[in-house]
Every structure is written in structure tokens, then in C-alpha cells.
Write a protein that binds this ligand. Structure first.
Ligand SMILES: *[C@@H]1O[C@H](CO)[C@@H](O)[C@H](O)[C@H]1NC(C)=O
Ligand SMILES: *[C@@H]1O[C@H](CO)[C@@H](O)[C@H](O)[C@H]1NC(C)=O
Length: 530
């Protein structure tokens, strides 16, 4: 609709303006104005259009360098806008400026002062949550209610770490040497390189930079090229909250090579990355060249086990949340649904009934409950997993198609259920990252646990049971960093989030998330003659 409006406007304006101006000038002017109106129209919901920006924020200024990359709107496949694609030298400039920012910020602020800044930032995020959520829907595709939920969740890390900053206690340690005192100082690690993913464009930024800013670090953020606008909105509000400009640098780029400057530049002391295991291992190797501290939140292949003593309705509800939230594009998504063979028919029937209720469409439409995937590649991967499973004997129970009543150029795929899935199929070994629920059957607890652990990943795992002994036993046997028992909701600011095995190192959120951004210095005072 916005397109037609802007074409109409540009023709109308060029005819009208040509009465007064030369024909070329009027065509030029009218096209310019129409493009602008197209943007505003697209963003008609924004009460603060200035939050929608495509520049980098380097050394305290919003800048461009002439090069751009397009950002797509996943429900139409059309270009939402062009964002500055910065070069390696821009990263070098940003890192140097962040170093100056770090030295000043860490030496002139108290934890209480930094907490106050973060609380102001929190308030600004909450008061602009509808605008941020709208931008998030336009670039990521998730539904508006999911987006608002994400923004509130993103803000919760800011308030959590504002409070934690003032409670970063050290230790006083009884010394083995006479007349000696040993104590610890927690000091900010320095300039942090922050590389974030597109599936949670807001929360994955705050979960990393709120603890960094809380302890006195500065950050250089490389936002995902699919969803850079949400990052810019958050940075704009952080600066408004009074966070010193050089302490936050935001550098979008399509040039992955330029972004690796964050991992090789010796000024950067810490890298925090969320994304695929492959890229995480690559970046970690680079970061080890100068022994940076690293946090890696990588891929998952979460098992979701329904034991024979489970509450089936509860398990189905939880499967809906942890499989279909964000159209299945979360790293803690249930990737393999393992159901005791006794419950298989009933569970499958109830799951099909619930999934059939999902309404696929544009995220800003009120009736939509399931948005598109972020890009075409995402759709292709889901299709590949479906084709591979069906060719090896799985049964397609629901979906597997592109819904008819949506924009066919958008990145849509219908929520899909496969049964009779076995461990030789692609979907059992590779993270699908889409709305595909593969259902496996099992006979015993041992079989379920061994299927669950049979992966190089170890991020989240879920299971359903009413037996307290089984709950304790299975929770300790599952090889993963996060376990959900009788629930599909496992992440919150106060709870440590992170993986084992090839799902990564380090923890985010909680008091452990703060620890990723400071170093512990041991101070020994001898000959005190006390
Ligand atoms: C997880 O399952 C694997 C495969 O059966 C097994 O080797 C491993 O011991 C299990 N882990 C634990 C902690 O029981
Ligand atoms: C500490 O130093 C004082 C003064 O030199 C000395 O009297 C005392 O014995 C020392 N304490 C210990 C535990 O050695």
C-alpha cells in the first residue's frame, strides 16, 4: 500500500512542481519526497521516527561512509531501508575511541552512578517499547506481541545489571603468610567487542552490554546485518540516558572481514558473540591470538522429552511456546521432540490441533500469531529438513507448504509437524531454526536420555515428568547448560544462560553474566606487622 501511495505522490508532485520548477528538478524533488513518505508510511506507527536510523555511531557521532547494504522486510521480501556498511578502518577508529571512553568512564564513575545511568536507559526503553517493537517486527518478522515481549525482556537485563553492579563484592582471604592480607578487586576488563544475532535484535544486545556498562567497560557493537535498526534505536536511547558517547560504538557492516577487527585488535580485551557454532569457533580462534576473554552463545539442538508420566496438555502447551516462538528461530527452541511411545498418538493429535490454530502472516497484523522467517535461506533450510526426513520415511502430518494467503515474496513457511522421525535424519542432527516440529518415539528413560545427549550441542533441554526422583535424575544426566522441567520458558535476567559442549562457553544474565566483564585482581599486602 505504501508503495502505491508513494508512486502516486511522486507523479502528482512532479506534475505539480513542474509548474514552478524545471522538469528535472521537480522529478528529482518529488522522487526524493516520495521515498521519504514511503518510509514514514511504512513506519506510520512510530511516535519517534528518529529512532529508525541507518547510520553507524562512532566516536560520539552518527556517521556514514557512502557504502550501504539493504535490510529486507521478511513478510514482503522488499527493502526496508539501506544501512551504512562500515569498513575495517571504521572499526579501528571505533575501537580507539572506545578505549579513550573506557579509561575515562571506568576511572571517573562509581558503580552507583553507572547503575543510575542504566536505570535511565531502562526507563527510556520501556517508554519507547512500542516504537522499538515496531522496528523489530519490520526487520525481523516476529509478531508485534512477541516483539513487545522481547523489548521488555531486553530491558529486564538493563535493570538487573544496574542492580548487580552495586553488589559486585570481592573477597578478603585469610593468608597463609604471617602479617599478610589478601583481597580481591573486580575491575572492568576493558573494551568489549559485541557481535549479536538477528533472532533477538534487542535482547541479545542488552544482555551483553548492560553488564559491560555496569562494571565500567566500553563496547563496540557489530549488529546483525539482517536487523541493524533495533540496535540503532537502543543506542540512541542509551546516549539520551546519559551514557557517555564514546562508551558505546555501533558499527553495522555487511563486510564480515572488517568486523573481525574486533577479534584481532589488541585494544579489545573481550569478545562476546551469539550465533552459530561454526562462526563462534572461527571468532574464538582469532580472539585467542591476543588472549581475549570470550563468551560464546552458540547453536543448540534441544531435546524436548515427554515421559510416560507427563501431563500431556502441559507438554503440548510448552511445546507450542518453545518450538513456535519467533517461528522456531531461537537457539533454545525444541529441535527434537521425544515422546514415550505410549503417549505418541495422543500427544501428536493434540499437537496437531494446537499448531493448526496458528495464523501465519505479517507481524503487525493483530491476528497474526506466526511471522515469516528472517530470510530466504531460513525457508530453504526448513524445506531441506522436511524433504530429507520424508525421503527417509518420516510422515508429514501438517504444513510443509508455503501458506496461500500471505505475500508470496515474503519468507513464509507453514508450521510443520513430522512424525516417525529417526536419528539418521538431518533434522535430528542439525539445528532447523524454523517452525518444524519433528516427533520421535522412545521406549525407556535410558533410551530418551541417550538420544537427548547424542549431539555435539548442549544448550537447552526440556522434559516433562511428575516423578520427583526422575526429575532430579534426568536433570543431572542431560548434557546441557539449561534444563526446563515441566515448562518451556527457561530464560530470565536472573538465571544463568549458556551452553556446554559445542554450544559455547560463558554465561549471560545472572551474577555470572556480570563476571564475564570483569577481571579478578588479587592484592597481597605483606609485612603489615598487625
Ligand atoms: C548422556 O548420554 C550419552 C549417550 O548415551 C552418555 O554417553 C552419557 O553418559 C550421558 N551423560 C550422562 C551425564 O549421563
Ligand atoms: C606480625 O608482625 C609482628 C611485628 O613484627 C610480630 O610481632 C608478629 O608475631 C607477627 N605475626 C605473626 C602471625 O607472625
Amino acid at each position: 500500500m505504501c508503495i502505491y501511495l508513494s508512486i502516486y505522490l511522486s507523479i502528482y508532485l512532479s506534475i505539480y512542481l513542474s509548474i514552478y520548477l524545471s522538469i528535472y528538478l521537480s522529478i528529482y524533488l518529488s522522487i526524493y519526497l516520495s521515498v521519504f513518505s514511503l518510509l514514514i508510511c511504512e513506519l506510520y506507527q512510530l511516535s519517534r521516527p528518529d529512532l529508525f536510523r541507518g547510520e553507524a555511531f562512532i566516536d560520539g557521532k552518527w556517521v556514514q561512509n557512502g557504502k550501504t547494504f539493504p535490510v529486507y522486510e521478511p513478510s514482503t521480501g522488499e527493502v526496508l531501508g539501506d544501512v551504512a556498511s562500515m569498513s575495517r578502518s571504521d572499526f579501528v577508529t571505533g575501537i580507539k575511541s572506545a578505549d579513550v571512553g573506557f579509561r575515562e568512564y571506568s576511572s571517573t564513575t562509581t558503580a552507583h552512578y553507572r547503575a543510575a545511568l542504566l536505570k535511565k536507559w531502562y526507563d527510556l526503553i520501556i517508554s519507547n517499547k512500542d516504537d522499538i517493537a515496531t522496528i523489530l517486527v519490520l526487520e525481523n518478522g516476529k509478531t508485534f506481541s512477541e516483539a513487545v515481549g522481547e523489548v521488555v525482556y531486553a530491558a529486564s537485563f538493563v535493570s538487573w545489571f544496574a542492580e548487580e553492579a552495586t553488589r559486585a563484592y570481592g573477597d578478603v582471604i585469610p593468608s597463609s603468610m604471617p602479617n599478610t592480607t589478601v583481597f580481591t578487586l573486580k575491575q572492568p576488563v576493558g573494551v568489549c567487542g559485541i557481535i549479536t544475532p538477528w533472532n533477538f535484535p534487542a535482547a541479545m544486545i542488552t544482555r551483553k552490554i548492560a553488564p559491560a556498562l555496569a562494571v565500567g567497560c566500553s563496547v563496540v557493537i557489530k549488529p546483525p546485518s539482517e536487523t541493524p535498526y533495533t540496535a540503532a534505536a537502543l543506542v540512541k536511547l542509551a546516549i539520551e540516558a546519559g551514557i557517555p558517547p564514546r562508551v558505546i560504538q555501533l558499527i553495522p557492516t555487511k563486510d564480515r572481514d572488517a568486523a573481525t577487527e574486533l577479534c584481532t585488535n589488541p585494544i579489545v580485551k573481550k569478545i562476546s558473540f551469539t550465533g552459530s557454532t561454526k562462526v563462534g569457533i572461527f571468532l574464538s580462534k582469532l580472539a585467542m591470538g591476543t588472549m581475549k576473554k570470550v563468551s560464546m552463545e552458540l547453536g543448540g539442538n534441544a531435546p524436548f522429552i515427554v515421559f510416560d508420566d507427563a501431563d500431556i496438555d502441559l507438554a503440548v502447551q510448552a511445546a507450542m511456546v518453545c518450538k513456535f516462538r519467533c517461528s522456531g528461530q531461537t537457539c533454545v527452541c525444541a529441535n527434537r521432540i521425544l515422546v514415550h511411545k505410549k503417549l505418541l498418538p495422543e500427544f501428536t493429535k493434540k499437537l496437531i490441533a494446537e499448531v493448526s490454530k496458528l495464523k501465519v502472516g505479517f507481524g503487525l497484523d493483530k491476528t497474526t500469531t506466526q511471522g515469516p522467517l528472517v530470510n530466504r535461506g531460513g525457508v530453504d533450510k526448513v524445506n531441506q529438513h522436511i524433504e530429507d526426513a520424508v525421503s527417509k520415511g518420516a510422515k508429514l502430518e501438517l504444513g510443509g507448504i508455503i501458506p496461500k494467503d500471505v505475500n508470496q515474496n515474503g519468507f513464509f513457511i507453514a508450521p510443520t509437524i513430522l512424525t516417525g522421525v529417526t536419528k539418521d535424519m538431518l533434522v535430528a542432527n542439525d539445528e532447523t531454526f524454523g517452525p518444524l516440529a519433528p516427533v520421535f518415539g522412545f521406549d525407556s528413560e535410558d533410551e530418551a536420555v541417550s538420544l537427548a545427549n547424542d549431539t555435539e550441542f548442549g544448550l537447552a533441554g526440556y522434559f516433562f515428568s511428575k516423578d520427583v526422583n526422575r526429575i532430579l535424575r534426568v536433570a543431572s544426566r542431560l548434557e546441557c547448560g539449561l534444563v526446563g522441567v515441566n515448562t518451556g520458558k527457561i530464560s530470565a535476567a536472573e538465571s544463568p544462560f549458556g551452553g556446554v559442549k559445542e554450544s559455547g562457553v560463558g554465561r549471560e544474565g545472572s551474577k555470572y553474566g556480570l563476571a564475564e566483564y570483569y577481571i579478578i585482581k588479587a592484592v597481597t599486602i605483606g609485612n603489615t606487622n598487625a
